[in-house]
Design a protein around this ligand. Sequence first.
Ligand code: ATR
Length: 270
Amino acid sequence: PDRYAVIGHPVAHSKSPQIHAAFAGQTGQNLAYERLLAPLDGFVTVMRGFVAQGGKGLSVTVPFKLEAHGLADMLTARARAAGAVNALHIVDGRIVGDNTDGAGLVRDIEHGAGVALEGKKVLMLGAGGAARGAVLPLLQAGTASLTIANRTAAKAAGLAAGFAAHGNILARDFHALQGGFDVVINATSASMDDQLPPVRPDVFASGALAYDMMYGREPTVFMRFAAEHGADTRDGLGMLVEQAAEAFLLWRAVRPDTAPVYAALRAGDQ
Ligand code: ATR
């Protein structure tokens, strides 16, 4: 079988092997997918070793997405825009770096949550790596506007300036956010500390979707806040499955059906 792996530190809890095994079974693709724990200073060595043994592709997770971006021989446009790589594809001995996180987010909003982004007012909270990876795919989905709010305002302004040529992107301070948004995405890491970004309840338009890129057994504090103020909520488990599906498509040229894989993860031990 062709060999693939997820590389990270830590990597023991990664759901990628389970997800890709399910995709392979479903599509009849003959592949093996393993976990590679790289030491913090050993990403390049472990990655190159896997490629030398015939590895065909890698999922890259924390904390190596920037390093993977730096060493790829070629980058896709969306990886260049994201400034980070979460999927490596070995093509004729060359390492192609891609970023499927933003496309996975867009696909989960549209197909998982059933919200078409075209013409929608979108607010994204956060301006770190997770937010940056989502900007180009969100603009390319035809959003009417994409507003970025971040605790450190200068980072939001920098992100908006960097993507101004690609669509209607704005930076606003949290306290200066005006009116309701159709989709509010939490791309901060605040949920990991059970913190709520400083948003006012009136950011949610009637019928808004509140999307947290984080996921867990319980709804995040952002999701609970959004639900209290009338929004529909969704966590990032669907994004996880969809970014994997985009990587699988890159490697195997076959798009797997994400719905049963999402359902199994949701039902199982998260
Ligand atoms: P990631 O790769 O998850 O995006 P990151 O690049 O470190 O991680 O970015 C974390 C993001 O979450 C930043 O936008 C950060 O805001 P600052 O730029 O002001 O640091 C945001 N963040 C983290 N904790 C937060 C909190 N408690 N409230 C609001 N924003 C928070």
